[in-house]
Design a binder for this molecule. Structure first.
Ligand code: NAP
Ligand code: MG
Length: 409
C-alpha cells in the first residue's frame, strides 16, 4: 500500500503518565502504518523537562514557530507532591503556560460530537467552541481588604511625569473589599485576531459577549477592538458565509443553550473559565474535548483538553486493565495533520486526517467505546473496550477505509 506523504514537519511533544502510553499506541496503530510524516520530537515528559531545566519546553515552542504546526501530549504541571514523586529539582512552570507565553495565542476548546453520546442540552447538535482570553482581568488582580472608613481610588501616574489621573472607587464608611484589574490593548487585539482567524478557518459563526452597558470603558474597550479587527475582515467573513455578532454576555449565555451549536464563542477570561466547564460537561466527557492554541500570526498547537489521567496510569502500573478514552488525543493528531495538509496544499493529507476522525466516530457509534462513554451512551453498550482494544478497533476500520479509498484511485 502506498503511504500518504506529508510535505512538511509537525512538531511532536510527548508527555506524561497514561496519555504517554496512549500517545505511542496512537502513533504505532493509526499514523505510522498509513502515513510518512516528518516529526520534530520533543520529550516534555516531566523527568526530561527536569533534566533540561525546562529548556526542552522552550525549544519545542520555538520549533512550532519554525514549522507552524505542533501536537502535544498531556503533561504534568508539577506541584509539591509531584516534586516528591518524581524527585524534581523544583516545581517547573506549566508547559502549556510556557508555550502560550512564547506563541502568544488563544486556546480554543471544542467537543467531539457522537450520535450515541447525546449532549445534556437537548438543542445542541453541533459543537460549541469556546475561545478564552487568557490574560488579565481578575487573574492578575490586586485586592485589598478594607478595614474601616476611608477612600479607595484608582491612580494613574503617567511615566512622562505629567499630572496623575485619579478616580474614586468608593468612599468607605465601614469595612469592605476592593480590587483593581487591568488589561492591555495589544493582548485584547491579538485575542480578537486569533478568534477571527479560527472562525474563518473553521467557517463558523463568531460570538463575542461582554457587559459594555455596565462597564462602558473596560468591557467597552474589548467591544471596540473586536469591531476594529472585524471591519477589515468583513468581506472575508461574508465570502465564507459567516458573521460576527457582539452580544451582551447574559444574552449570549441565554442563547447558547437554545441554539443548535456550531459557533465559536469568544469569552473574556472569567467567562471563558466558567463557560468552558459548562460546555465540557454539557457535551459529555473530558475524553471528547479537544483543544488548540492559535497564535495571532497563524501558528497551531493541538492537544486533548484533559490531563494525564493519573488514576488510570497507576492502575496500569499495577498491571490492571484500563479503559482510558484516547479520542481527544487522536483528534489532536488529526487536527495537526489536517492543518499540515491545508498549509502545505496537500489535500490527501487532510483527507487522511478526516478518515481517522470518521473511523473514531464510527467505532463509537458502532458501540465500541471506553468506560467513560459507556456510562453515558444511549443506547447503552453491553460492555466497554480497554485502552488498547479501542485504538485497535479504530485501526481496523481505518485500514478498511484507506484500503477502499486506494482501490478506487
Ligand atoms: P485529568 O488527567 O484530566 O483526569 C481527571 C479525571 O477525569 C480522571 O481521573 C478520569 O476520571 C477522567 N478523565 C480525564 N480524561 C479521561 C480520558 N481520556 N478517559 C477517561 N477518563 C478521563 O486531570 P487530573 O487527574 O486532575 O490531572 C492529572 C495531571 O494532568 C496533573 O498532573 C495535571 O497537572 C495534568 N494536566 C495537564 C493538562 C495538559 O497538559 N493540558 C491539563 C490538565 C491537567 P476517573 O478517574 O473517574 O475515570
Ligand atoms: Mg474553569
Amino acid at each position: 500500500m502506498q503511504k500518504i506523504v506529508a510535505k512538511n514537519t509537525i512538531v511532536e511533544m510527548d508527555g506524561d503518565e497514561m496519555t504517554r502510553i496512549i500517545w505511542t499506541m496512537v502513533k504505532d496503530k493509526l499514523i505510522h502504518p498509513f502515513a510518512d510524516v516528518k516529526l520534530d520530537y520533543y520529550d516534555l515528559g516531566v523527568t526530561h523537562r527536569d533534566q533540561t531545566d525546562d529548556a526542552v519546553t522552550v525549544a519545542a515552542a520555538k520549533a512550532i514557530q519554525k514549522h507552524g504546526v505542533g501536537v502535544k501530549c498531556a503533561t504534568i504541571t508539577p506541584d509539591q507532591a509531584r516534586v516528591t514523586e518524581y524527585k524534581l529539582k523544583k516545581a517547573w512552570a506549566s508547559p502549556n503556560g510556557t508555550i502560550r507565553a512564547i506563541l502568544d495565542g488563544t486556546v480554543f476548546r471544542k467537543p467531539i460530537v457522537v450520535k450515541n453520546v447525546p449532549p445534556m442540552v437537548r438543542s445542541w447538535k453541533k459543537p460549541i467552541t469556546i475561545g478564552r482570553h487568557a490574560y488579565g482581568d481578575i487573574y492578575r488582580n490586586t485586592e485589598l481588604r478594607i478595614p474601616g472608613a476611608g477612600k479607595v481610588e484608582l491612580v494613574y501616574t503617567p511615566a512622562d511625569g505629567s499630572e496623575p489621573t485619579r478616580a474614586l472607587i468608593h468612599d468607605f464608611k465601614a469595612p469592605g473589599v476592593a480590587q483593581g484589574v487591568h488589561n492591555l490593548d495589544a493582548s485584547i487585539r491579538s485575542f480578537a485576531k486569533s478568534c477571527m482567524a479560527y472562525a474563518l478557518g473553521e467557517k463558523c459563526e463568531l460570538w463575542f459577549g461582554a457587559k459594555d452597558t455596565i462597564s462602558k470603558i473596560y468591557h467597552g474597550r474589548f467591544k471596540e477592538i473586536f469591531a476594529e479587527e472585524y471591519e477589515p475582515r468583513r468581506a472575508e467573513f461574508e465570502k465564507a458565509g459567516i458573521s460576527y455578532r457582539f452580544m451582551l454576555i447574559d444574552d449570549a449565555v441565554a442563547q447558547s443553550v437554545r441554539q443548535p451549536g456550531g459557533f465559536l464563542w469568544a469569552c473574556m477570561n472569567y467567562d471563558g473559565d466558567v463557560m468552558s466547564d459548562m460546555v465540557a460537561s454539557g457535551f459529555g466527557s473530558l475524553g471528547l474535548m479537544t483543544s488548540v492554541l492559535v497564535s495571532p500570526d497563524g501558528l497551531y498547537e493541538y492537544e486533548a483538553a484533559h490531563g494525564t489521567v493519573q488514576r488510570h496510569y497507576y492502575a496500569h502500573l499495577r498491571g490492571e486493565s484500563t479503559s482510558t478514552n484516547s479520542t481527544a488525543t487522536i483528534f489532536a493528531w488529526t487536527g495537526a495533520l489536517a492543518k499540515r495538509g491545508e498549509l502545505d496544499g496537500t489535500p490527501e493529507v487532510t483527507r487522511f486526517a478526516h478518515q481517522i476522525e470518521e473511523s473514531v466516530i464510527e467505532t463509537i457509534e458502532g458501540g465500541i467505546m471506553t468506560k467513560d462513554l459507556s456510562l453515558i451512551a444511549d443506547p447503552k453498550p453491553s460492555g466497554h473496550a480497554d485502552t488498547e482494544g479501542f485504538i485497535s478497533a479504530i485501526a481496523a476500520r481505518l485500514a478498511d477505509k484507506v484500503g477502499a479509498a486506494a482501490a478506487t484511485r
